[in-house]
Ligand binder design. Structure first.
Ligand code: GAL
Length: 673
């Protein structure tokens, strides 16, 4: 069994990407002095260093990296060592221009940025294997080495290549996946529009075509591109496992749905020794702490509930959005500790020292341009101390109340063209349901639709267009055995090939929901409908309506107007020991709040109404105890009722009864008993 925790790290991880090759070595001395001052325990090194480590083909210069690792070791800083395979050197591309990826439009990207890789390219694979082998042989037994960091953020900025090598590789993938061309024709429905293939050799990637292409082909290409990146990760990982046993191997994910849409993290979670994640606030005016919580919950879920590590976030503003506000005082600590509350074993940043040159010089860092007499640096030092005070939580696990079903394959399929409405956005529904659960102060695990759900009193399905028959049976069993299920519209419609399930919609869910949907009737832009409930309550929907035909389900809210007036909008179905709710329109935040309120009651989950909005309370529990994290995202002081007395770890004070939680503050209480 490979190791899953950073080797030799005895505290929570704190540090960041350290790219010291940007400065003369004299600066390194100051770096390590400041690292000690801030309590840095782990840094990521060498992620983009291939051109320096192998300046000419087969000629290596490890001298600087030797000195750097020794220096870090002498100063008690552990190292997350990168394999630099995300940016091959310029000489490599001159020799192998075919390794640059090609867009669906046939444009070949140029060297001079980063991440320009065709993952099918044999020369790239061979070169990546060679540099990985060299690094592993040289540093496997270096005392500073804590873990390996393969590549960087697979899937961004290039998620797929459409070149001829990829075409050949895709055909091999199809042969392995389907066996015969007949099976591919059947799965993709090529009888329609005359797309039938007589031979696998006739198949190409879904390159730009006059109008919409074959959806089965497009969906399989997403799967193929993802699997191809994973093959390359596994190739590097296996070299590292062989040459550097006992050191965990990771690659940094970007689970936030707004940040990477091309990687099936359920599959990747099974391949890494330790799940690590990068998260950046998308500052578009929404409640960024909710998006952060969602990404952290999703990361923990792809780690199977095990501890994971936040490998990158920012001390303050980033520089790649249209507008990049600085973080407000205290926001960095709230962000970092919110990740920790949700299972991260520490908090690392991009990057240690802010660049003076290059593409990211306006991106914040732990040591800003202004040096140490700055708010950011003072907050960095404070955070280091806070994480140190939390050392004992290592290895504990976050407790969740609810599962939300999520599947990247379904998302990919949903996002293909020519759907009933382009206004329906699966990610938007996932975000909206997550926010509603957050506002009910429920902690969420995400689950694959075929995963065992029996531990959860409530399971929510915000938008799961693609569901296999097995997934349908899974949720049906879950409800029969006493679970409470909430399903939002346009779920359970197609199978794994994007083929509509036989019979009435929603094929994979009609039994469990006790209804059929005769027709979808999406609304026009700006149009909304009113739905009325038994107690006279009125809610609003937009984007989508349906002609729902209840079979065994009871209508609870009914469309009061719009194209489906008089028809059920929200239904409830008792099945076996459990209950399944269905909502056939896009509810706004208030509607979701009401609907989830009903479901929470059915599920027998105790209400948390005493907690104010935007006060986050999450528990981690394990052998060392139970820890209550309370994070106040509001500008008011509040009090949080404690279920037991305890000790607050950041202040060292005794906590009993109602915990005082000042505006913007974080408190972590070890609960006694
Ligand atoms: C990440 C990336 C880092 C840095 C950072 C800036 O996606 O891994 O290298 O570019 O973004 O926010």
């Amino acid at each position: 069994m490979p190791e899953t925790a950073p080797k030799g790290l005895t505290r929570l991880a704190f540090g960041g990407d350290y790219n010291p090759e940007q400065w003369p070595e004299s600066v390194w001395q100051e770096d390590v002095r400041l690292m000690r001052e801030a309590g840095v325990t782990l840094v990521s090194v060498g992620i983009f260093s291939w051109a320096l480590l192998e300046p000419e083909p087969g000629v290596y210069d490890f001298g600087w990296l030797d000195r750097l690792l020794d220096l870090l070791h002498d100063n008690g800083v552990r190292v997350d060592l990168g394999t630099p395979t995300v940016v091959p050197p310029a000489w490599f591309y001159r020799a192998h221009p075919d390794a640059l990826p090609v867009t669906a439009d046939g444009v070949r990207y140029a060297f001079g940025s980063r991440g320009a890789i065709c993952h099918s390219n044999a020369d790239y694979r061979a070169a990546a294997a060679r540099i990985t082998t060299e690094l592993a042989e040289r540093y496997a037994s270096h005392p500073a080495l804590a873990m390996w960091h393969v590549h960087n953020e697979y899937g961004v900025p290039v998620s797929a290549c459409y070149c001829d090598s990829c075409a050949a590789h895709f055909r091999r993938w199809l042969r392995t996946t389907y066996g015969t061309v007949e099976a591919v024709n059947e799965a993709w429905g090529t009888a329609f529009w005359g797309q039938r293939y007589a031979d696998l050799e006739q198949i190409t990637p879904p390159r730009t075509a006059p109008t919409v292409g074959n959806p089965g082909q497009a969906l399989d290409y997403k799967r193929f591109a993802d699997a191809t990146m994973r093959e390359n990760f596994v190739m590097e990982r296996d070299i590292l496992h062989r040459l550097s046993p006992g050191v965990p191997v990771t690659t940094n994910f970007m689970t936030a749905l707004s940040q990477c849409d091309s990687v099936d993290y359920w599959a990747w979670g099974r391949e890494v020794d330790l799940v690590t994640n990068d998260h950046y606030l998308i500052t578009d005016g929404r409640r960024t702490h909710v998006n952060l919580a969602m990404a952290a919950d999703l990361t923990r879920s792809v780690a199977g509930g095990a501890p994971w590590l936040l490998l990158e976030h920012s001390t303050s503003g980033v520089n790649w959005q249209p507008r990049n506000p600085a973080k407000t005082p205290g926001q960095m600590a709230r962000n970092s500790l919110a990740h920790v509350a949700r299972g991260s074993e520490g908090a690392l940043f991009f990057q240690w020292r802010q660049s003076r040159r290059g593409a990211e010089k306006f991106h914040s860092a732990m040591v800003p341009h202004g040096g140490t007499d700055t708010r950011v640096w003072r907050e960095v030092v404070e955070l280091g101390a806070s994480l140190d005070a939390l050392s004992e939580i290592r290895g504990t696990r976050t407790r969740a109340d609810v599962a939300v079903l999520w599947d990247w394959h379904s998302w990919w399929a949903q996002n293909l063209q020519w759907r009933p409405s382009e206004d329906h956005d699966a990610r938007e529904r996932a975000d909206a349901f997550y926010a509603a659960l957050y506002d009910h102060h429920l902690t969420v695990d995400f689950a694959h639709p075929e995963a065992d759900l029996s531990a959860y009193p409530l399971v929510v399905v915000p938008a799961l267009y693609l569901m296999t028959e097995a997934a349908g049976r899974n949720v049906e069993r879950y409800v029969e055995n006493g679970g409470t299920l909430v399903v939002s519209y346009f779920s359970g419609i197609v199978d794994e090939h994007d083929a509509v399930h036989e019979g009435a919609h929603p094929g994979a869910l009609r039994n469990v929901l006790g209804l059929t949907v005769e027709e979808f009737s999406p609304l026009l832009q700006g149009q909304s409908v009113r739905i009325t409930g038994p107690d006279g309550s009125a809610l609003t929907g937009d984007v989508w309506t349906e002609f729902v035909v209840p079979r065994d389900a009871e209508p609870v809210w009914t469309y009061a107007d719009g194209p489906t007036a008089g028809r059920p909008a929200v239904t409830r179905h008792r099945l076996g020991e459990g209950t399944a709710w269905y909502v056939s329109t896009r509810l706004d935040a208030q509607g979701l709040d009401v609907l989830l309120g009903c479901a929470v009651e059915d599920a027998g989950i105790a209400g948390r109404a005493d907690l104010p909005r935007d006060v986050e309370v999450v528990r981690r529990t394990g052998e060392s105890g139970t820890y209550l994290f309370a994070i106040n995202h509001t500008a008011s002081d509040v009090k949080v009722a404690l279920e037991a007395d305890g000790t607050e770890l950041l202040t060292g004070e005794r906590a009993a009864g109602r915990l005082a939680l000042p505006a913007g503050a974080v408190r972590v209480v070890r609960l006694h008993g």
